[in-house]
Write a protein that binds this ligand. Structure first.
Ligand code: ADP
Ligand code: MG
Length: 697
């Protein structure tokens, strides 16, 4: 590998490249567009497009594509070549400003939840200059938003950018109250830690369930799982090391700040953490990371599984969304400061997050809901489905003292002018002390830990940004109208703590007692996707998102439909896959093995009439009973699938999936997994959990 500093960003049309390749005025216009989200005029875009094209061709690109994030959750691209005929059978390489700023993918088959009438089915993509263009697979990729002709968002980027604008507006109002006139922009930052599994390609090829659904639908537990926890942070195996090196190199070239990697708790599970960046770039980069992970794994004869729960009984994969708010002057507003004013400001932003998480707990919960993630949340390996905040004992004690107007007994005690105790310097908590908390303060940022590994981080950050923006709006309204800011501020903070401290929980989130305690505190416990998704189209959600212009009511309803539809489709595919596996592979395998044993008994007796066949007889009897069980449960599942086809309303269907299909699938699985333990290895049609989980050396 060549020098890291040399390859880093080598495939990105970044600031350095722009500075060296664009005329001064064009460069300045670009910078403004990036910083303030100003639209570029076509003349400028034409110059940029031309420079981009020349640069991309030098790097070996032949095509360009608008790269966007439709509601499928993965990225989409449609490649066009740069060639343009000039007569005489010749072509030149061209790329116009118009092609840069706007595209029209034939995207009628992306989910739109009814937003795009068929006569205008195309929708369009619009350049997002705040995320750099890059080269992937010989194509110049231009990060874009994807909208309908009516301007409705059909993607995950548009609402994210809108939510960042919302929090920017409100945070600036609050900063002005503190007399801060220097800051002109506030952005949220995110560092998403990504978990994944790596398995051998041969095992993947032998498992229709993993191929069709990303997870195993059958599979008996191996004798050794993660009990010994010897995989966590353990030595990385040579094939995995080679994969990680290759992955890093490819990500670095794309300007992704891949930083840390280690083994995770489960065998075959690993994690990659980047250095944080602005939320929309972090989102683009996380999508790229997931894509490149899968690609690089293939080239190493492995498959990267991003599913939240590939193996039952083994830890699933999540994604930790580390989130903070930063000013354009480089100040993290969630960093406790050194002066009384900084600390008062910190406490106000902290209170805003606490209130936002409490007021909009259902929305945060549903922002991470998916069929896959339903297997994790509340299953004592990931945070519970109940949203709560971990602040740590020290910060909680400070808030308690504030609320009760008593002095905090910390190392520093000095009453500040506005009535808020000076905060002691915080010991930075980098140890992840409480991994059971869904939303943990870790010293200068919050770590939202409910995300599943396959999820785009856009959704949760849209909710987080908008919810906090709304609370900052309320705070700004109140404080701007106050006679004395210095008196109103501590009163406000005190009131917020008193009203919202129910959301703070520093204890063990896996504890059964917490579920009861949370209930008595009135916190929501939404266990599944069908239970929480309707909240997205509810009154409080509509009020929140429309008032901050993040979603229109129509966009919200369409998204509820799309998410529920997606949930039903996933469960439907899983159910059909199980059925096929049971009928085509598992039942015939068990039957064949039963016959083998029966024939063994018969031939033993033919050879030696008084031979002892107790093993064969016992096994045949167990296998026969098991076969009948699988058969009956296959029939039950088939009937449930048949009945599901009759349901047209998507909400009703999602509940049917949850209440009927999933239980029928679970029943079938129990029977089949039991048979796996009784059937000889040579007869069982699939590689076992043990083989898959310990198969990569
Ligand atoms: P750990 O959680 O393993 O102790 P860190 O606290 O250093 O490690 O960071 C975890 C993740 O949080 C990293 O991706 C890091 O870039 C990110 N992070 C750190 N500071 C911020 C911040 N201000 N905003 C967003 N993410 C951050
Ligand atoms: Mg962490």
């Amino acid at each position: 590998m060549s020098e890291v500093s040399e390859i880093f960003g080598s495939l990105v049309f970044n600031d350095t490249v722009m500075k060296s390749r664009l005329p001064k005025e064009t460069y300045r216009a670009m910078q403004m567009a990036i910083r303030d989200g100003k639209e570029l005029d076509l003349a400028v875009a034409t110059v940029v497009a031309n420079a981009m094209k020349d640069w991309a061709i030098e790097k070996g690109a032949t095509h360009f594509t608008h790269w966007f994030q439709p509601l499928t959750g993965i990225t989409a691209e449609k490649h066009d070549s740069f060639i343009s005929p000039i007569g005489g059978g010749k072509v030149i390489m061209e790329f116009s400003g118009k092609e840069l700023v706007r595209g029209e993918p034939d995207a009628s088959s992306f989910p739109s939840g009814g937003l795009r009438a068929t006569f205008e089915a195309r929708g369009y993509t619009a350049w997002d200059p705040s995320s750099y263009a890059f080269i992937k697979d010989k194509a110049l990729c231009i990060p874009t938003a994807f909208c309908s002709y009516g301007g409705e968002a059909l993607d995950k980027k548009t609402p994210l950018l809108r939510s960042m604008e919302a929090i920017n507006r409100q945070a600036l109002r609050v900063l002005r109250l503190f007399g801060n006139e220097d800051v002109t922009g506030v952005k949220t930052t995110v560092g998403p830690e990504q978990e994944y599994f790596l398995i051998d390609k041969a095992h993947f090829d032998a498992r229709p369930d993993i191929q069709y659904t990303g997870r195993t639908l059958f599979g008996a537990r191996p004798p050794k799982g993660q009990e010994l926890e010897d995989h966590y942070f353990g030595t990385i195996k040579p094939r995995v090391t080679a994969f990680m090196q290759d992955l890093n190199e490819q990500l670095w070239k794309l300007g992704v700040l891949a930083k840390t990697e280690h083994n995770e708790v489960a065998p075959a599970q690993h994690e990659l953490a980047p250095i944080f960046s602005t939320t929309n770039i972090a989102t683009d980069h996380n999508q790229l990371t997931m894509e490149i992970m899968q690609k690089v794994a293939k080239s190493h004869d492995m498959v990267c599984l991003l599913h939240e729960k590939p193996f039952a009984g083994v830890n699933g994969s999540g994604k930790h969304n580390n989130w903070a708010i930063s000013t354009n002057t480089g100040v993290n507003l969630l960093e406790p400061g050194e002066t009384p004013y900084e600390n008062a400001q910190f406490l106000l932003f902290l209170s805003a997050v606490i209130k936002a998480v409490d007021d909009y707990q259902e929305l945060l919960r549903l922002s991470v809901a998916s069929a896959g993630n339903d297997h994790r949340l509340g299953a004592n390996e990931a945070p519970p489905a109940i949203v709560s905040i971990f602040l740590g004992d020290e910060l909680t004690a400070i808030l308690d003292a504030l609320e009760n107007e008593s002095s905090y007994d910390g190392p520093v005690k000095e009453q500040m002018k506005i009535g808020v105790d000076v905060l002691p310097p915080f010991p930075r908590d980098t140890t992840d002390r409480n991994r059971t908390s869904p939303f943990a303060f870790t010293g200068n940022k919050f770590e939202f830990r409910m995300l599943g590994s396959a999820l785009s981080i856009s959704g949760p950050n849209v909710v987080l940004n908008t919810a906090v923006a709304e609370i900052l709006r309320q705070f700004a309204d109140e404080l701007e109208g106050a006679e004395s800011f210095e008196e109103a501020l501590p009163q406000l903070i005190r009131r917020v703590i008193a009203e919202h401290k129910r959301i703070i929980f520093n204890g063990n989130g896996y504890d059964e007692a917490w579920v009861r305690e949370a209930e008595s505190r009135g916190l929501a416990n939404l266990r599944t996707t069908p239970e929480c998704m309707p909240y997205f189209g509810g009154e409080s959600s509509i009020e929140l998102f429309t008032s901050h212009k993040v979603f229109s009511e129509r966009e919200l309803h369409s998204r509820v439909d799309i998410f529920l539809e997606n949930y039903c489709k996933v469960i439907g595919i899983e159910a059909l896959t199980m059925l096929e596996m049971a009928k085509k592979d598992i039942l015939p395998a068990v039957a064949a093995y039963t016959r083998e044993l029966s024939e063994t008994a018969l031939s033993k007796r033919a050879f030696l009439p008084e031979a002892d066949c107790s093993y064969e007889e016992a096994a045949v009897s167990q296998l026969s009973a098991g076969t009948s069980c699988i058969y009956l449960r296959t029939q039950a599942l088939e009937k449930a699938i048949f009945n599901s086809k009759e349901i047209e309303d998507v909400e009703e269907l999602s509940n049917f999936c949850k209440d009927v299909l999933i239980p029928a699938m679970n029943e079938l699985r129990i029977c089949a997994d039991e048979m796996e333990t009784l059937t000889a290895k040579d007869f069982w049609p699939y590689p076992s959990y043990g083989e898959i989980l310990f198969g990569v050396k």
